[in-house]
Design a protein around this ligand. Sequence first.
Ligand code: 5RP
Length: 219
Amino acid sequence: MTPQDQKKRKTAEAAIEYIKDARVIGVGTGSTVNHFIDCLIDFKIDIEGAVSSSEGTTQRLKEAGISVLDLNDVDEIKVYIDGADEVDPHKQLIKGGGGALTREKIIADACSQFVCIVDESKMVDTLGAFPLPIEVIPMSRSYVARQVMSRFGGQPEWRENFITDNGNQIIDIHNLDITDPIALEKAINDIPGVITVGLFAIKPADIILIASDNEIKVM
Ligand code: 5RP
């Protein structure tokens, strides 16, 4: 395991404490979450099932013998565990590097507590060094890109040869200086054709578990 992978494993292990009383959990997407799924097996966690944020996570959960539940059949998701691409001091996030941002945002909104698991490399003072993903209806891709560039700056790049689990496309906006993440999230949400922007600022994470070499910091 690389040193970064070891930190991902550590933050994933720390998240186990937060799901102890939950019957149904939400499970995000990405390499850090994959460690969390491994922990569910290693710690023999007994849950009724999990709501999954992507086809990739669904497959891994099933391989781990965990029931995957449809959000429509679930009354309450006690805890949602997911990673992030960037985290600021207000627990606001950029997500969507893995392209699962839409289902991730739905579960993050539907859960009672969102526990975000990251290694220390994800911590930033200001969001925007990581390209901001936007899931769009395919016919609106160029229009949304032009709107974002002319109104907020940055350089949009089409994530070519990538189709989301919802059949849509993604543009990544490079070099944005996101000084007001809530305002930007609202404004991008309002552009016709946008399905989801990967800013999680209106509803940030509740808890961040940050792994460094020596400790887990809880924010
Ligand atoms: C996927 C995501 C992931 O949470 C994010 O990309 C972090 O991934 P990783 O844990 O592999 O660094 O938002 O859409």
